[in-house]
Design a protein around this ligand. Structure first.
Ligand code: URA
Length: 208
């Protein structure tokens, strides 16, 4: 069975679309292999392309603040993007770039990780999971998607210079924290993906 590190190696060597030519680094994503929460952004920007790591620029700093507001550190969640290479001048990903990338890499990462909750950041990430839905309608609320939960947020970069949106993302993140706490109370074993008798369950089930 493939591992997340093997998928990352495939991403770093990928030439499936034209973005490969202009990148300095592909950005596979990072986080623990047993993360219960997966954050999916749009695509790498300048800083991410330079470092080969997701969300390490100003949007990443805000994402870390959002995580801290619900008692999480970035090391506790898996963070990646719909596309793994930076589009020129940070333009929106083209449909053919998404098609050349997400079914091969993001889909495998989701399969291997098995997250309980997928948090989409921005409309491009939401569109990959629910193409007909709009972020203005779905942001800040969980919805079941097969065996997982999807929790759409606006993109942190969009909120950096828009105080109203900033407050909306903070409020939505607080709702995410409440939702995670509710999940913890209702099905603590689900976080590991395993059903075990009570006496076999680890003492420390909760990250929060
Ligand atoms: N914006 C994104 O969507 N992803 C990143 O990794 C950084 C900024």
């Amino acid at each position: 069975m493939e591992t997340l590190e093997q998928v990352a190696a495939l991403v770093r060597a990928c030439t499936r679309c034209g973005l490969a030519k202009g990148r300095r680094n592909a950005v596979p994503g990072e986080g623990p292999a047993d993360a219960r929460l997966l954050f999916v952004g749009e695509g790498p920007g300048y800083h991410e392309d330079q470092q080969g790591r997701p969300f390490v620029g100003p949007a990443g700093q805000f994402l870390e603040e959002l995580l801290a507001s619900i008692g999480l550190r970035r090391e506790q969640v898996f963070i990646t993007n719909i596309i793994k290479c930076r589009p020129p001048n940070n333009r929106d990903p083209l449909p053919q770039e998404v098609e050349a990338c997400a079914p091969y890499y993001l889909a495998r990462q989701i399969e291997l990780l098995g997250p309980q909750v997928v948090v989409t950041l921005g409309r491009h990430a939401l569109a990959w999971f629910l193409p007909k839905e709009s972020i203005s309608k779905l942001h800040g609320a969980a919805r079941q998607l097969g065996e997982r939960w999807l929790f759409p947020l606006y993109h942190p970069a969009a909120a950096l210079h828009n105080p109203a949106l900033r407050q909306t993302i903070l409020n939505d993140t607080a709702k995410l924290g409440q939702f995670l706490a509710r999940l913890d109370r209702s099905a603590p074993a689900a976080r590991t993906g395993q059903e075990r008798p009570a006496e076999e369950q680890p003492q420390q089930l909760s990250l929060f």
